[in-house]
Design a protein around this ligand. Structure first.
Ligand code: TNX
Length: 537
């Protein structure tokens, strides 16, 4: 049995270490390991300081040993096993030392994170030493993609908040940060060739439409810093530049690229310039230039997400545009869906030409894009056939259906602000996902993984964004990592309790499902939701 705080002891089943996400296998081995507070440890150089901080949080002051062979933690680079994930690790706590075996820096990092969580749960003795029961943990993720999407366009988070998120993601072995950087209210990424995108397009938010609102965006230097910060934590940052819809902010800066939009009867500001012009050569060249700069900023992303969602809401003006008419005639396109397909193929080809896979929301799944070079994000939970068809066509799919993966949905029946759609997204729903999809073995092979997505129309403050994200993102992290036969919601809840404190110590105040802490709401006009049938909320 592990030594963990007495409050938790009673409820935990045997051989459940205080680790989230729950490892694939753990077995108790003989003896205990006694560790001094001043832990002699030779840490891998690249991430030495970060790893030292992680150990410090677990109650140790790491010191460099004179003889590296005497290190309390031994990092062993094992050869990658053919069938195993590159993120796999083995953590052995023996009476002599801790041994972390992994084929990659990510695996090493996860082994250390698991050890740190486990050690943090072991109380120090009065002399500062910790006595840790020996254990052998073998672990690897169920899914390669364990993600979080942040919508920066509706309300801006900024560098400090993003780094806080990345720290917490790393703790729960989440490895993809999908950065929704552009949308109708704001453009958040500096593009050197088109400075007005940030001079004009970055002003304002969902709830602040003043043309003179402050600019909120990331400079290219900040982006490089955040990408490196993420990389040190085994997280890949995936940029999203949404097109041809959700383009109002860019079009505000460069009206010559306007493809028209739609007018909401109750709000004339929403969103009359929703689309980029889908057929004008200058607009296509402009988008090519934007994607080229984006590609250079995210060299390791592997995929550039180019949106592709909800286009038909805003294409009403397309038939009036001479370039669209000319394109339809030249390419034999019968309708606007054909124009959309043409545009999607055109931009996906550009992205592939830059050396990336092209990623998009599930509307791109039936446009004949090459499965080996395309990634589909399934989001329309009410269209399971779209998921099935995408998987059957061979597309790798990221699962982020509104139910239960959208974090702008409410998480407790008592909550008043946020979305509902045939119910809401409870902590348990997040943890349970994706079993109810009944994925076949062959379907699951094409599922890249799971992602929690935070849309921020109804989240103007950092406090509210944190409240919506946590702790549900931890439940999704366990859903994405832990195999079905090791998932247990009761055990999860017990292991979650100390994490609420960890989050608070890191400047994040989560919803507390155990006390049903008061809902954190923002004063705002509620967000745009053109896709939802019937009354909006
Ligand atoms: C749909 S998800 C959208 C977003 C909204 C979200 C609100 C997707 C691809 N499009 O633009 O923010 O719903 O929940």
């Amino acid at each position: 049995m592990f030594r963990i705080p007495v409050v938790l002891l009673a409820a935990l089943p045997a051989a459940t270490a205080a680790i989230i996400p729950r490892p694939v296998s753990e077995s108790k081995t003989a003896g205990t390991l006694v560790l001094p507070k001043h832990l002699p440890v030779a840490l891998p150089d690249e991430t030495g300081r970060l790893n030292a901080r992680i150990l410090a949080e677990a109650g140790f002051f790491p010191t460099r040993p004179v003889d590296p062979a005497k290190s309390a933690i031994l990092f062993v680079k094992s050869p990658p096993a053919p069938e195993s994930s590159p993120e796999a690790y083995q953590l052995d706590i023996t009476p002599q030392r801790i041994v972390i075996k992994a084929a990659t820096p990510a695996g090493q990092f996860y082994g250390l994170q698991s050890f740190a969580q486990l050690a943090a749960a072991t109380k120090a003795k009065p002399d500062g030493t910790k006595e840790i029961p020996c254990v052998s943990i073998t672990d690897s993720p169920r899914f390669a993609w364990r993600g979080f999407m942040l919508d920066e366009a509706r309300h801006f988070t900024g560098e400090e908040g993003v780094k806080r998120i990345l720290d917490a993601m790393a703790r729960y072995k989440l490895n993809r940060f999908h950065w929704h950087l552009t949308d109708s209210p704001g453009w958040r990424i500096e593009i050197k060739k088109y400075p007005k995108l940030t001079e004009i397009g970055s002003r304002g938010s969902e709830t602040d439409r003043r043309p003179g609102a402050p600019r909120e965006f990331y400079t290219q230097e900040q982006i490089k810093g955040i990408v490196a910060y993420a990389k040190a934590r085994a997280i890949t940052v995936i940029p999203e530049i949404d097109m041809p819809g959700h383009a109002d902010a860019a079009v505000r800066a460069y009206p010559e690229h306007d493809g028209g939009g739609y007018q909401k009867p109750d709000d004339p500001n929403k969103w009359p310039h929703f689309t980029f012009h889908p057929a004008k050569p200058e607009t296509l060249a402009f988008l090519d230039d934007v994607l080229t700069e984006v590609g250079a900023l995210f060299p390791d992303a592997g995929v550039i997400h180019f949106g592709g969602d909800e286009v038909h809401f805003g294409w009403g003006k397309w038939p009036e545009l001479p370039d669209v008419r000319a394109l339809m005639a030249a390419e034999n396109l019968n309708d606007l869906a054909g124009v959309e397909t043409w545009f999607v193929r055109r931009m996906a080809a550009k992205i592939r030409g830059l050396g990336f896979k092209a990623g998009g929301w599930d509307e791109i799944a039936n446009r004949g894009l090459p499965p080996g070079e395309t990634i589909v994000w399934w989001w329309r939970h009410d269209k399971p056939d779209v998921l099935r068809q995408a998987l059957a066509s061979g597309y790798p799919v990221v699962l982020t259906p509104r139910r239960p993966c959208y974090l702008d949905f409410v998480q407790h029946e008592s909550h008043q602000q946020g979305r509902r759609w045939d119910g809401f997204n409870s902590l348990e729903d997040c943890h349970r996902f994706p079993i109810d999809l009944k994925l076949s073995t062959s379907e699951e092979r094409n599922v890249l993984g799971i992602q929690g997505s935070l849309w921020t129309e109804a989240a103007a403050s950092q406090q509210r964004r944190d409240f919506l994200t946590w702790p549900r993102l931890i439940a999704l992290a366990e859903a994405a990592w832990t195999p079905e036969n090791r998932k247990d919601f009761t055990s999860f809840q017990e292991r979650l309790k100390p994490e609420l404190i960890w989050l608070k110590n890191h400047g994040i105040t989560p919803f507390d499902p155990f006390t049903n802490s008061p809902e954190i709401t923002d004063k705002l006009t509620t967000g745009d939701d053109p896709d939802k049938p019937g009354p909006s909320r």
